[in-house]
Each structure stands twice: as structure tokens, then as C-alpha cells.
Design a protein around this ligand. Structure first.
Ligand code: SF4
Length: 359
């Protein structure tokens, strides 16, 4: 699995704490040169199975088709040649509308077969507050362009957990998204106050209130119900898919399959060492963390219990406190069947607390 990080954005969103730089003239060229040199220097490293390629950001859609072609050729030159059964590119709605169907088709001609679009909301007031580049109508236009260009594996990101998000507005966003495109995959993230974000400053200055747990829970429950009724499988705490459309790349992360990440801020995992590039556009260096058996165990519990497939039952019985595990099972907080232990969907919202009890 290969991950390419594109730490370039045209503007910064209120809630964002990711590393990214403004995509000013010249930045893209510097970024591409550093990226290609890094890929070539990684020749011989373990990328795990070469079945998925993922461009995340930042905003990968600031890149042109020729930039993607150059990166692909560099991956091939370095020996990272796979069939890439799933090749995902994260796109911004505004870029899709501005660049149009020709852009989408050019990426598909290169082999991109999955587009992940940051819709976030279909309410203009909320999108303005988020400082997104698109409004609701442009978001819907982008979905239409992707579909009319022939995209058959589409993922849409949504954000909930805002104090100002009314139930009706949230329901309207989800329903309009389904009506407009019925994406094969939906990721819905609860807003959190990230260090270094504009939101952190607003909260500190009392300009923005955080949503209560009850509000977040109600919005999450509403989302789960609407997507269940629409035929989606809730296969991970934040992820929903129509049958056959689980995200293969992200599923690989949750199964702790090795992958290689390139670009400033990108992370990698070789099965026992997690590493990450420092957050710079060029001249970044790689930092390593060797996982102890205890670290690996905790990580495996945390990642697997967030999925609807859950964790291997024998593994949990072997490494968790027997009293705690027995109590959680008898209370129905965890369920065991067919050799797996999982958190039932109606407790996904409190999965972090449940996992904390176990580790
Ligand atoms: S949320 Fe995405 S588009 Fe917005 S600033 Fe962060 S990385 Fe850039």
C-alpha cells in the first residue's frame, strides 16, 4: 500500500489541524521535486502489498494530471509497481467544478478509480463558518460532475458535532447527499478542536461553543439511522459503505498491514516500526518509533474494535484482563460470536471509552 501526502491547500479550514502549506506559485514544483527524490531513495523498502494507492492531503486536487503521471512514473521507476486495484484521490469540490469533467476523466485515464470528496456539509452557513471554498450548490455540482464523468466508486466526507448544527439541517445534508449521488462510501467525522487550528483560537477566546456530548450523540445516531435505512453497512466507527465498497486502503491501516507513505508529514508502517516525515514541504526527514510488543497489542485492540468485524476473540481472551472482558461481555457492551469479539453498533459512539477499559 502506498500513501502520497499532498500538503498543499488553497485556503485553510477553520477546524483543520493537519500540516499543510498554501499552494502558492512555485510550491507545487518544489513539492514534486522533493517527493520524486524521496520515492526514488526508498527503492527496496517494504511497501506491503502493492494493491492500493492513496493520495491524501492537504488537497491532492491542486495537482494536475501531468503531476499525477510524473508521480506514477517515479513510483514505477523505484519498483513500486502494482496493479493498484484501488487508487483513491482526495478532491476538493471547488477544484472539481473549476477544472471540470476533463480533469476527472484525465485522472481516470491514468488509473484513478476512487474519488474521495470533502463535502463536509450542504448548509451554506456552516460551510462559510468552516471556511470551505465551496458552497452547497458547488458541492452538488461537483458530485454531478464526478458521476457524469463516469466515477463509480465515490466517497464523501461529512462533519458533525457542531453546536450550531440543527437536527433538521444535518438530516437535510445527509438526505441531499444521498439524493444527489448516493456515494458508495461515506466517512463522517465528529468535529474536534485540533491544536493549531483556527477553531482552537475561537474556542479559547469564547467565540465558539463546543457541542455537548448529547448533541454529538444525537447527530451520530441520526446519521447511523439514515444510512442504515439507505442500505449502508456501518463497518467502522466513522465509515459507511454500500455492499462491496469498503475502503480497501483504510481497511489495510486498520488491519495493520505495512504501507509506505511519501511527502512531508506522511506516515509509514513496516509491521513493527511506525515512521513519519517531519512536517515540511521539502527537506523533511524521517522519524521512527519502534513498537514494543505491548504497543502493538494495544494498537491491534484499538484498531480492530473500531470495526464491525471486531477483534479475534482468542487474541482478546489471551491479552485482556479476564474480569474486565467477562464483565463487558456479560453487560452486552461487547458481543462474541464466530470467533470474533466486537462492539455493537449502538455502542460505537462510546467505543473509545470501552477500548480504554480493556487496554
Ligand atoms: S481540511 Fe483539508 S482542505 Fe481544509 S485546510 Fe485542512 S487539509 Fe486543507
Amino acid at each position: 500500500m502506498i500513501y502520497i501526502h499532498v500538503p498543499l491547500c488553497r485556503s485553510f479550514c477553520t477546524y483543520c489541524g493537519f500540516y499543510s502549506e498554501i499552494a502558492a506559485d512555485g510550491c507545487k514544483k518544489q513539492y514534486l521535486e522533493a517527493l520524486k527524490a524521496e520515492i526514488l531513495s526508498a527503492k527496496g523498502k517494504n511497501p506491503g502489498p502493492l494493491n492500493t494507492l492513496y493520495f491524501g492531503g492537504g488537497t491532492p486536487s491542486v495537482l494536475d494530471p501531468d503531476d499525477f503521471r510524473q508521480i506514477l512514473e517515479t513510483l514505477e521507476e523505484a519498483g513500486f509497481t502494482g496493479s493498484f486495484e484501488e487508487w483513491t484521490v482526495e478532491v476538493n469540490p471547488d477544484d472539481i467544478v473549476t477544472k471540470g469533467p476533463a480533469y476527472v476523466k484525465a485522472l481516470m485515464a491514468l488509473g484513478v478509480n476512487r474519488f474521495s470528496i470533502g463535502i463536509q456539509s450542504l448548509d451554506d452557513g456552516i460551510l462559510r463558518w468552516m471556511n470551505r471554498r465551496h458552497d452547497a450548490s458547488r458541492g452538488l455540482d461537483a458530485l454531478r460532475i464526478l458521476r457524469e464523468s463516469g466515477v463509480r466508486n465515490l466517497s464523501a466526507d461529512l462533519i458533525f458535532g457542531l453546536a450550531s448544527l440543527q437536527e433538521k439541517t444535518w438530516e437535510d445534508t445527509v438526505c441531499r447527499l444521498l439524493e444527489a449521488a448516493r456515494p458508495e462510501h461515506i466517512s463522517a467525522y465528529q468535529l474536534s478542536v485540533e491544536a493549531g487550528s483556527a477553531l482552537e483560537k475561537q474556542v479559547a477566546e469564547g467565540l465558539c461553543a463546543e457541542a455537548s456530548d448529547e448533541q454529538c450523540r444525537a447527530q451520530y445516531d441520526l446519521l447511523c439511522r439514515l444510512l442504515r435505512d439507505a442500505g449502508y453497512e456501518h463497518y467502522e466507527v466513522s465509515n459507511f459503505a454500500l455492499p462491496g465498497f469498503r475502503a480497501r486502503h483504510n481497511s489495510g491501516y486498520w488491519a495493520r498491514i505495512p504501507y509506505l507513505g511519501f511527502g512531508g508529514g506522511a506516515h509509514s508502517f513496516d509491521g513493527s516500526v511506525r515512521s513519519w516525515n517531519t512536517e515540511k514541504l521539502t527537506g523533511y526527514s524521517r522519524q521512527n518509533e519502534i513498537l514494543t510488543p505491548e504497543d502493538s497489542k494495544i494498537e491491534r485492540i484499538m484498531l480492530s474494535l473500531r470495526t464491525s468485524d471486531g477483534a479475534d476473540a482468542a487474541f482478546l481472551h489471551e491479552c485482556c484482563n479476564a474480569d474486565t472482558l467477562g464483565r463487558l461481555l456479560s453487560e452486552g457492551v461487547l458481543v462474541e460470536s464466530q470467533g470474533r469479539i466486537r462492539i455493537p453498533e449502538d455502542r460505537f459512539f462510546v467505543s473509545d471509552e470501552i477500548i480504554q477499559e480493556l487496554i
